[in-house]
Design a protein around this ligand. Structure first.
Ligand SMILES: CC(C)(COP(=O)(O)OP(=O)(O)OC[C@H]1O[C@@H](n2cnc3c(N)ncnc32)[C@H](O)[C@@H]1OP(=O)(O)O)[C@@H](O)C(=O)NCCC(=O)NCCS
Length: 179
């Protein structure tokens, strides 16, 4: 049985909050256990939650378990964008809209509203592609997809990364997304 198939019929309640350095360890553990995302060092997750807290959100289950997280940053060269660097959902919470809600929570906590959501996706990641296309549909804006990082930039057999660019969003849309 796939992890997604094992998801309960009724989704456990989760609450969204800004990430804290104390969340870094659980993120590192979740990414290590679930696969599908490149595992960075624990130090990296802790540092990201510390220095990019405004663009990092966690979803916490009632029992305190990490249900999912999103880590992003505002690229200095494109400050109107929020770049989703990693979004991960625990296998027991998948296919219940959590990833989309995490990204909406991320948008809602920006002190300067983002006009664009950006993310890179490898062509084999169907769930991720669907997630970003669905976000664009939800906001009624285009999702532009283009070549971004060639496979040759990476060691080993890393696939090329396509850029998904969603927008332009209005401040009204990003504030609305908090509800
Ligand atoms: C990608 C991921 C974050 C999606 O999380 P999720 O909470 O299950 O996603 P959602 O429930 O919000 O679903 C978003 C869309 O993806 C689709 N989807 C989700 N899982 C899917 C799967 N395994 N296969 C096909 N489609 C899938 C949903 O149907 C939905 O599309 P729709 O709105 O057109 O119906 C999750 O599968 C995950 O953590 N994967 C491993 C890490 C990863 O690949 N992260 C993304 C790259 S940074």
């Amino acid at each position: 049985m796939s992890p997604e198939a094992a998801a309960p019929m009724t989704a456990p309640a989760v609450r969204f909050r800004g990430a804290r350095p104390e969340d870094g360890k659980a993120m590192w553990q979740l990414v290590g256990e679930m696969g599908g995302l490149e595992l960075n060092t624990a130090y990296f997750y802790v540092l990201f939650c510390m220095d990019f807290a405004e663009t990092c959100v966690v979803a916490e289950a009632d029992d305190g378990r990490l249900a999912g997280f999103v880590l992003g940053h505002r690229p200095p060269a494109r400050p109107e964008a929020v770049f989703v660097w990693q979004v991960g959902v625990a296998p027991w919470m998948r296919r219940q809209g959590l990833a989309a809600r995490l990204i909406e929570a991320l948008l809602a906590q920006q002190s300067t509203p983002a006009r664009w959501i950006e993310a890179t996706v490898t062509p084999d990641n169907t769930a991720s592609m669907k997630l970003f296309r669905a976000l664009a549909r939800h906001h009624g804006v285009p999702c532009e997809e283009s070549d971004f990082m060639d496979a040759g930039l990476f060691p080993g057999d890393h696939a090329a990364e396509r850029l998904f660019r969603i927008g332009p969003l209005t401040p009204f849309q990003t504030q609305e997304s908090s509800s």
